[in-house]
Design a protein around this ligand. Structure first.
Ligand SMILES: [Fe+2]
Length: 212
């Protein structure tokens, strides 16, 4: 790492998950560290382009490419941090309690927690490389589920990620066949740290004061 690094890779105390091996996690942490490194690297290289206060015409193609890649690497870094954070060391206990804040918020937006889950799982099974994310709209507290292509396409500006699931094949390929993504999703659900998920949730009645 260089002296000017903006970000340092975070350490995650994760092992002993249900159905997601420590080997997968170790490999995944290394990939995550790559995103942190590239985010730092691109940030530094872009700052060199603009150090003279302008982007010259001949610099534009390289500058544009670096800037596009920054969106990919930056979101790759941040989404992995959300993902590792919402998994529980030694595994979780499955679905949240019916009376929990998350189950209530899911039911409020989708009718029932089960319908919310069917939507989130359905998104996770979509063909392609990306993420399933449950976001909360900070303006009204409402939950909505989203498909993110790669790391950067489909994120809703200003929405807060509440639950983040990586469905790139690297997240499960050492443990499951590519066609067995549903088994990985099942394993993911059995490892969710609902305390963390709920800590991310802003109660809608408190939104205005929290933002004031
Ligand atoms: Fe990943």
């Amino acid at each position: 790492m260089g002296a000017t690094d903006v970000y340092k890779p975070r350490q995650f105390n994760l092992s002993g998950l249900n159905g997601i091996s420590d080997e997968t996690l170790e490999m995944h942490f290394k990939l995550y560290e790559g995103y942190v490194k590239e985010t730092n690297n691109l940030t530094e290289r872009i700052s060199e382009f603009i150090a003279d206060g302008k982007v010259d015409q001949e610099e534009m193609p390289a500058y544009s490419e670096l800037t596009r890649r920054l969106g990919f690497e930056y979101n790759g870094m941040v989404l992995h941090e959300y993902y590792f954070d919402n998994l529980k060391h030694r595994g979780g206990s499955g679905d949240p309690a019916k009376a929990s804040e998350f189950a209530k918020a899911a039911a409020s937006a989708f009718g029932t927690y089960e319908i919310w889950k069917a939507d989130f799982v359905g998104i996770g099974k979509m063909r392609g490389v990306g993420w399933a994310i449950c976001n909360q709209n900070p303006a009204n507290g409402r939950l909505s589920n989203h498909w993110i292509t790669l790391h950067e396409t489909g994120n809703v500006a200003g929405f807060n990620p509440i639950l983040v699931m990586d469905v790139w094949e690297h997240a499960y390929l050492l443990d499951y066949k590519p066609a067995d993504r549903p088994k990985y999703i099942e394993a993911f659900f059995s490892n969710i740290n609902w305390d963390i998920v709920e800590a991310r949730l802003v109660k809608s009645s408190g939104v205005k004061s929290a933002r004031a």
